[in-house]
Design a protein around this ligand. Structure first.
Ligand code: SAH
Length: 248
């Protein structure tokens, strides 16, 4: 142990109660390594404001995994070699904790910032995560590349833009039958109505709006689950910058 190591809490009972799951010893070790490397990386890069061990556990680890476990059950496809993509992953959330948790899945981490992806490349090597890979690109571009479009079972997106922008980024990447998970804080019924119209254009349908509170600080969260049921028209995602300038 280095002199400055801060220990992450284990929270075994909370994992069990909230997700009906517990990390193995190896996964707990990888969570700790992830935390150490992010604290270290934070000295040079602006990776996250969340550095306190309890807060990191709640807002980065627990929150990331809660997204793939609606109603306390891990999305079943995850156990069988699911291909997962995380758009705008930043310092690796939610994609890296999910890669640690689901060794049989394949996780593609996408960000437009070279520095963040370089950091993640080193991190994946250091914590020996072989089921994750990275791509430096924009969502508006990867969504039109043959090897990525219509290629994923699950697409994750947290804190990248408003929900309609997020939907335009992720729906093109899903296979038909695939599931988008859009992580939100607050959410209203009016927003659901507006999003219904947007996802319809993109070939999706809102399957579930899951409202919950985080287990330590009782903060409100919503995860929006959008199922892809039809082909996304070729024009989506629109060109670089357009989804944010003119949300659908
Ligand atoms: N998902 C992470 C990071 C959120 S910050 C988390 O929840 O902690 C938003 C990240 O999205 C930044 O790293 C930014 O570089 C990236 N980003 C924003 N717009 C993007 C786009 N159009 N394509 C790819 N990455 C994008």
């Amino acid at each position: 142990m280095t002199n400055s190591t801060l220990l992450l809490p284990e929270m075994t009972e909370i994992w069990q109660q909230t997700l009906n799951w517990q990390p193995t010893q190896q996964q707990q070790q990888q969570f700790q390594q992830l935390y150490d490397l992010i604290l270290e990386g934070n000295r040079q890069l602006n990776l996250t404001r969340i550095t306190d061990p309890q807060e990191f556990w709640e807002k980065h680890l627990w929150d990331s995994l809660r997204g793939i476990a609606p109603q306390q059950k891990f999305i079943s496809k995850f156990s069988e070699n699911a291909s997962v993509i995380d758009i705008g992953t930043g310092a690796g959330f939610p994609g890296v904790p999910i890669a640690i948790t689901l060794p049989n899945g394949t996780i593609t981490l996408v960000d437009s910032t070279r520095k963040k992806i370089n950091f993640l490349e080193k991190l994946l090597t250091e914590i020996n995560l072989k089921n994750a890979n990275t791509v430096i690109t924009r969502a508006e571009e990867i969504g039109h590349q043959n090897q990525h479009r219509q290629n994923y079972d699950v697409a994750l997106i947290r804190a990248v833009g408003n929900a309609s922008v997020c939907a335009e980024y992720v729906l093109p990447l899903l296979k038909q039958g695939g599931l988008a998970v859009i992580y939100r804080g607050n959410w209203t019924d009016e927003e659901t109505t507006a999003l219904q119209y947007v996802v319809k254009k993109l070939g999706g349908v809102i399957e579930l709006i899951d409202k919950f509170t985080t287990p330590l600080s009782d903060s409100i969260r919503h995860c929006l689950y959008v199922r892809k049921i039809a082909n996304t028209p070729d024009g989506f995602p629109r060109g670089v910058g357009i989804p944010t300038q003119k949300p659908l």
